[in-house]
Design a binder for this molecule. Structure first.
Ligand code: PEP
Ligand code: MG
Length: 763
């Protein structure tokens, strides 16, 4: 679809700005030193904008803005007046990356008087950031003696001029390119950047800088109508390419990726965005320069945005702008057409999900993002493709050169750049060891997890994405012990309706091929936020309005989810469990809603599940004191040991400083788990553990020793835990455990490790 033609600005302001741009272009292309040309530009801009002053500040290392050229301020102030970013109005413009237009600048709280400039006689000030690739590299300002009200079109014009000017400032003649923004001093040859873990794993390869680096040759247009036509054609081309991508085989199989891309396709038609590009053309820019200008503007503003959902949308616009540029000046070739090495490590500032899929996933060994967040669409897609990702790797795009050797250590949230041969060899060895191990686990796929003394332990996976269901088959696990339904909710732009949820749950059950799946109802709140659900911040989110509390306060929402589950499980077994039950009354209330949905299905004569099993998650210690009553009401129990430990120890699970402080193998936690397993056995209610400890071999060994016969864990843990089980004598461990627990100890971990070593248990 061609974009709607934006409302055009063809008044005198547009004519003025086009005339000014043409003159700016001539000076820039003309003779003389860069400094001389800069001086000339201040004269032209001041004259054209009817301002007494025009000044250009350039950002130097150390976040200092230095006056480089001026018409109107005292010439002796040039290279003398310096302001820190954030200091005075000029510094404020740079810090916020936005224009200021003030009739009485001296009244503004940020005004900083610099006597050497003689600016006290100028009242009004209009300034805009000079942007390059979304970074502020300087400030362009005009001033007037009178209290002048600058018009919006004048601000636009000054922004357009600043964009053209950016070429001269960044050209390397005024100050060295390396000094322009960065303040890193000499770059050491090897470098480590610490970021955040977005997807685990280890990747070793050669850097490929994702930014397409399209050079825009022509900034100033001859004829705006031609540019509007070119823009329209580029939009048509881009939409067509996105449609092709959506229809491609690569995505046909992957439910949630498709959803992400479809919402992205809608953004591509965002009327506001299209209109802003059109307006930028009307100020005299070529179509590509207009796209770049709007992109830089959005990028610069992004640094101010804290809302994660909005930030993701900004990334989408960034991604789409690059695509549009590709169509305008790159002949429409998709970046994937560029060959990437077989071991590529992709380095990007930020990235959209579609962009990642432009590359051959088989060749991508890692991804480094300067931004990125755990809930970003690209992260979800990368994780599903098993590509290690480190996010918030500050300065990565500037510090890494194409072809550099790079190691992405997703597990430790580190990026190692240009490592020496020793370091590389060490990582290569780890990678090889990981691969050998992987092969060993793959060989165990069809082995039943039975202990040496004949105890069959059920091993299930924790899942949340459709791609996890493929892992169910590959791992040979017994089923899905925990399906986190909030993950499909997180990748949508809005609350999914019954139909959308139904499709997800039905496919999960199809993919499970008859193996049991325990669906947990929506568990949001705490550290799991839905991008579209804005609730006021809480002082103690982990103890706050989350999980079943939210669902019971929004019964219609929970019923929609239960309806989708009921319909999806028609003719099959449905297992539902409710998270964070704190008292039996909550389970009763949730169960009541489920009964109503089942009654509704029946009343309407619709096919019902063949069997319904209802479970509760044991995550809150208070519930321990109501276990007998609870066990009368549930078909199964699942111990969420992550939350249980958090509440038992009163220790925030997201607080890094407390991460090592308490051990889940402490006597207190083991005592709790022991009473749970005993009471469940007495009540004949099946029980499993689905928190992280179930996936750690030593901890899983302790759980089996306590009497647990069902564990659910992240897929990569299935192999190591199975290996432990195959080498364990469970009876012997149980006996030993009963004599081992010393209530005064901090942890039983070391003693359990000793047991494993002495008895040949692989942990
Ligand atoms: C748990 O708390 O142990 C659990 C499995 O749930 P989540 O980690 O999703 O809170
Ligand atoms: Mg939990």
């Amino acid at each position: 679809m061609a974009p709607r033609r934006p409302p055009t600005q063809r008044g005198p302001a547009a004519a003025v700005s086009r005339r000014l741009l043409a003159r700016v272009r001539d000076v820039m292309a003309g003779p003389g030193s860069a400094e001389r040309r800069l001086d000339k530009l201040t004269e032209i801009i001041a004259a054209d904008m009817v301002a007494e002053v025009c000044s250009i500040y350039v950002r130097r290392p150390g976040d200092v803005l230095e006056l480089f050229a001026t018409k109107g301020l005292k010439p002796t102030a040039v290279h003398v007046t310096r302001l820190s970013v954030g200091e005075g109005l000029i510094g404020e413009i740079a810090a916020r990356a936005r224009p200021f237009a003030l009739a009485d600048a001296q009244e503004h709280p940020s005004f900083a008087y610099r006597p050497e400039t003689g600016e006290e006689i100028y009242f009004s000030l209009m300034g805009v950031p000079i942007l390059r690739g979304g970074r502020v590299i300087g400030v362009l300002a005009v001033q007037n003696r009178t209290r002048r009200q600058y018009q919006e079109e004048e601000v636009e014009t000054l922004q357009t001029v600043a964009m053209v000017l950016a070429e001269l400032v960044a050209g390397g003649e005024l100050i060295g390119r390396d000094d322009l923004v960065a303040d890193d001093g000499a770059e050491p040859t090897a470098l480590r950047i610490d970021g955040i873990r977005l997807a685990g794993g280890l990747g070793i390869g050669r850097a490929v800088l994702h930014q397409p680096h399209l050079t825009i040759e022509k900034l100033v247009a001859e004829n705006p109508d031609d540019e509007h036509r070119r823009l329209s054609e580029a939009f048509t081309g881009m939409h067509g390419a996105l449609d092709d991508m959506l229809g491609g085989d690569k995505l046909a199989e992957r439910g949630e990726h498709r959803d992400i891309l479809e919402s992205y396709r809608m953004i591509a038609e965002d009327a506001g965005w299209v209109a802003r590009i059109g307006e930028a053309i009307d100020t005299g820019l070529t179509a590509e320069a207009a796209v770049q200008r709007v992109r830089d503007d959005i990028r610069a503003r992004m640094s101010q945005v804290t809302d994660p959902y909005l930030r993701e949308r900004v990334h989408d616009f960034d991604d789409l702008a690059n695509r549009l540029l590709q169509h305008l000046i790159g002949g429409g070739a998709r970046p994937a057409a560029r060959a990437i090495p077989a071991n590529a490590i992709l380095i990007a500032r930020s990235m959209g999900p579609a962009e990642l899929l432009d590359y051959d996933p088989a060749k991508l060994k890692g991804l480094v993002l300067e931004e990125g967040s755990p809930v970003a669409h690209v992260t979800v897609v990368a994780r599903a493709l098993e590509i290690p990702v480190v996010g918030r790797a500050q300065g990565a795009a500037d510090r890494i050169e194409p072809g550099d050797a790079v190691i992405v250590d997703g597990d430790n949230a580190q990026v190692v750049i240009r490592p020496g041969e020793d370091v590389r060899a060490a990582y290569r060895q780890s990678l090889q060891a990981l691969e050998v191990q992987k092969a060993r686990y793959a060989a165990l796929r069809d082995r039943e997890p039975v202990t040496r003394d004949g105890q069959r332990i059920s091993l299930s996976i924790n899942a949340g994405l459709m791609i996890d269901m493929a892992h169910l088959k590959q791992s040979g696990a017994d089923g899905v012990g925990l399906f986190r339904t909030e993950i499909p909710f997180m990748v949508h732009a809005d609350f999914p309706d019954v139909e959308t949820q139904f499709k997800v749950y039905a496919r999960v059950l199809d993919e499970a091929g008859g193996k049991p799946v325990q669906f947990r109802t929506l568990d949001v709140g705490g550290d799991k936020t839905l991008p579209y659900w804005h609730e006021a911040g809480e002082n103690n989110p982990a103890l706050g309005w989350r999980a079943i509390r939210v669902s019971l306060d929004h019964p219609a929402m929970l019923r929609r989810q239960l309806r989708a589950l009921t319909e999806a499980a028609a003719g099959r077994e449905l297992r539902v469990m409710f998270p964070m039950i704190t008292e039996v009354a909550e389970l009763d209330a949730a169960r009541e809603l489920l009964e109503r949905e089942l009654a509704r299905t029946k009343a309407r004569g619709e096919p019902a599940p063949a069997r319904v099993l209802v479970g509760a998650m044991l995550e809150v210690p208070g519930l321990l004191f109501q276990l007998p009553a609870l066990l009368e009401r549930v078909d199964f129990l699942s111990v969420g040991s992550n939350d249980l430990a958090q509440f038992l120890f009163a220790s925030d699970r997201t607080n890094q400083r407390l991460a090592e402080r308490y051990d889940e193998l402490s006597p207190a936690m083991l005592a709790v788990l022991k009473t749970v397993v005993e009471q469940c056995a007495a009540a004949r209610v099946p029980v499993s553990v689905c928190g992280e400890m179930a996936g750690r071999p030593v901890d899983a060994m302790a759980l089996v020793g306590l009497g647990f016969r069902s564990l659910s864990m992240a897929t990569p843990s299935i192999g190591p835990v199975k290996e432990m089980i195959l080498s364990l004598d469970a009876g012997r461990l149980s006996q030993y455990l009963s004599t081992l627990i010393d209530p005064a100890e901090h942890s039983m971990r070391e003693k359990l490790k000793d047991f494993a070593r002495d008895h040949g248990v692989v942990v």
